[in-house]
Design a protein around this ligand. Structure first.
Ligand code: COA
Length: 162
């Protein structure tokens, strides 16, 4: 059976913490889609179409990874597109409660073939979130090594054009 996995998030921006999960998941599954969600509870720095371009650029070196975007219920997107694995990253205990609730709720909504699978984030990235990276960068701090080079370039351009 072909394993078709999806890794979702707002990715505003994509960080090296996300990259770590994506690279490892790409080795585990035949095909991995990075699914960018338009999350109505967050005001993004980069519009979803721009995030899609930035992320595709950062992931160019991974041949079995593609990028897509969606809105609405994750389970609808997963069921409709025939994914059989939903990958989630766990940075630490504080992620666990939320992820457990989401996985259990999603399990009710997913087609029977779909499993949520958790990968532990590499500890060197466990303190990162998109918001903290964005805040430090906006205030002129260094985020070298925390986001892929292609993303950093776009963030620098956006800051200069402000
Ligand atoms: N490395 C670095 N940062 C990470 C990370 C990792 N491995 N894993 C998570 N993060 C960060 C994210 O960047 C994000 O940072 P931010 O809050 O500053 O933007 C934060 O941790 C939370 O990540 P996540 O839980 O993935 O939130 P998200 O907004 O990126 O994505 C969805 C949320 C898409 C997974 C979830 O809201 C969803 O599925 N929504 C669809 C609607 C739906 O189906 N709802 C019912 C669910 S039961």
């Amino acid at each position: 059976m072909q394993t078709r996995a999806i890794y979702t998030g707002s990715f505003d921006p994509l960080t090296n913490g996300h990259m770590n999960i994506i690279t490892r998941a790409a080795r585990l599954y035949d095909e991995l889609t990075v699914g960018i969600i338009s999350n109505p509870s967050k005001v993004p720095q980069f519009p979803i179409e721009e995030r899609e371009i930035m992320i595709a650029e950062a992931l160019r070196c991974l041949p079995n990874v593609r990028v897509d975007h969606f809105s609405g219920l994750l389970a609808d997107f997963v069921n409709r597109n025939g994914f059989n694995v939903v990958v989630r990253g766990l940075r630490g205990g504080s992620d666990f409660e939320y992820e457990l609730q989401m996985a259990q709720m999603n399990a009710r909504l997913f087609d029977e073939r779909v499993e949520t699978v958790f990968l532990m984030t590499d500890p060197q990235y466990s303190f990162i979130s998109s918001s903290v990276v964005k805040e430090v960068h906006a205030l002129g701090g260094s985020i070298d090594g925390l986001v892929p080079e292609a993303i950093l370039q776009r963030m620098n351009e956006a800051r200069e054009n402000k």
